[in-house]
Design a protein around this ligand. Structure first.
Ligand code: BES
Ligand code: MN
Ligand code: MN
Length: 452
């Protein structure tokens, strides 16, 4: 039986099952959801057993457990390892959702719910594609699944897990759907991911909030200081001023820049989609290059002093910010943490204390365009979309991809089916049913071409 026919026969069940997974609020950032993490892992374990793995196990880590499953048909055949994550971002701000984030609804041919795309929807496509291959006796290689519950908090346990289970995780390629495609009719293969360095900073002044009349003008205000320090991190061309920040970057040659500029992009549509009149970015690069090829520095949040209703006249005792930098391949997140900290501290005037700590970090990733896996993914996407996919470098991060390469020595192929409009991490996250089913349709072709 052809995959298209199989999907048609089972489409309602596939969707019902995905809804079951989306109902479990497996938010990794919130320790109160420990039970839900377990429930999501159990749910997927059961569905993988139904689909035909011969072994599935929820394995402990120093944090949230990993679900591992496998079907080994012949050890002399290649092994594809599917990676995905069952944890999701918090749903906040919940009041901006049009429906309950954990009670999926289908509207305008899209499924709405936290995790609908990132990554439950995309991960579940793999479970169903695998089911098809097993039930129709077409599996041509060994398959392993490694599904973690800590991706959205920086995968703090997975690297160690890989080190401890190198033999178990042996594979020829890691197949991942946790990225986007350019548009619904334009398939793409993600060949680059950015790394990340995420820090929290505190600037502390007087031992308590002070009356701003009795002390104002005389005492250094930590919020004033912090904002100036942040302003000094970049210049008027939006270049980062941390000494050495750009040193390790491998410049992308003109040929690859040209390749990547094949991706269709309309800046008017882009601006409209986020309701802004103008976009920013480092001078000398296009928007797609800002996102894919260049590192960036952003304040994610800033607080301090009085932020309640009305006016309160104080000099705050402290100020805080969460600052992240998206890095490009060959920049090292630990080194960036170090040079950021040195420079940031050097910006502070005498009279305040500065504290910087790392919340998490991860390295970027580059995939070759001439690999067997790239060709297999390209042929598979061409088969089901009728168009040769475009290679793209994404601005997002999946730090574990670099860890897989470093610890296991295995490359990943990023075959994503999400759209930018899916609102991942935002209110009203959704996944078009077209993409969900198209993903299920495409994946078996990857297996076929990869093992041919
Ligand atoms: N799936 C995303 C990453 C992504 C999305 C990559 C779209 C490319 C295209 C992943 O779940 C994610 O959100 N990653 C975090 C990583 C962080 C928590 C270390 C990110 O990019 O912010
Ligand atoms: Mn994800
Ligand atoms: Mn995410």
């Amino acid at each position: 039986m052809e995959i298209k026919e199989y999907i048609e026969l089972h489409q309602q069940r596939f969707l019902d099952e995905l809804c079951g997974l989306l109902r479990i609020p497996s938010v990794s950032a919130n320790p109160g959801h420990k039970k839900d993490m377990k429930a999501a892992a159990e749910f997927l374990k059961d569905r993988l057993m139904d689909a035909g793995v011969d072994h599935a196990e929820i394995m402990p880590t120093k944090g949230i457990p990993v679900l591992y499953a496998e079907k080994i048909i012949n050890t002399s055949l290649p092994t594809v390892m599917v990676y995905g994550h069952y944890d999701v971002q918090p749903a906040d701000p919940v009041e901006l959702w049009n429906s309950d984030p954990f009670e999926p609804v289908i509207k305008e041919n899209k499924i709405f719910g936290r995790g609908a795309d990132d990554d439950k929807g995309q991960l579940y496509m793999h479970v169903k594609a695998f089911e098809y291959l097993v039930k129709t006796n077409q599996l041509s290689c060994n398959v392993k699944f490694i599904i973690e519950g800590e991706e959205e908090i920086g995968s703090p346990s997975l690297k160690e897990f890989c080190k401890q289970h190198k033999e178990l995780l042996k594979s020829d390629i890691i197949l991942i759907s946790d990225t986007t495609m350019i548009a619904q009719d334009t398939p793409s293969i993600t060949v680059g991911l950015r790394g990340i360095s995420y820090l929290e900073v505190d600037v502390t002044g007087p031992n308590r909030d002070l009356h701003s009349g009795l002390y104002g003008g005389a005492v250094i205000n930590p919020v004033n200081v912090l904002t100036k320090m942040i302003a000094s991190l970049t210049d008027n061309n939006n270049s980062v001023l941390i000494p050495g920040f750009y040193d390790d970057i491998i410049l992308v040659d003109e040929e690859e820049r040209k390749q990547l500029s094949r991706a269709p992009f309309n800046s008017e549509t882009f601006k409209k989609s986020i309701d802004v009149d103008e976009i920013g970015g480092e001078k000398g690069y296009t928007t797609l290059e800002h996102i894919g090829l260049r590192p960036s520095l952003d304040v994610n949040g800033i607080w301090g002093g009085y932020t309640g209703e009305g006016a309160k006249t104080i000099i705050p005792s402290s100020a805080h910010a969460k600052i992240s930098m998206r890095l490009v391949p060959n920049q090292n997140s630990m080194n960036i943490d170090k040079i950021f900290t040195e420079y940031f501290k050097s910006l502070a005037p005498k009279g305040v204390k500065v504290n910087v700590r790392s919340l998490h970090g991860g390295e970027g990733y580059l995939a070759p365009l001439d690999s067997k896996a790239y060709h297999a993914a390209s042929k598979a996407l061409e088969k089901t979309f009728g168009k040769v996919p475009v290679p793209i470098r994404s601005g997002g991060s999946i730090p574990v991809v670099a860890d897989f390469e470093q610890v296991l020595g295995v490359k990943s192929i990023l075959m994503g089916f999400g759209l930018d409009s899916d609102a991942i991490h935002s209110p009203n996250e959704n996944f078009p049913l077209y993409n969900f089913y198209k993903g299920i349709e495409t994946i078996p072709w990857f297996y076929k071409y990869f093992t041919a």
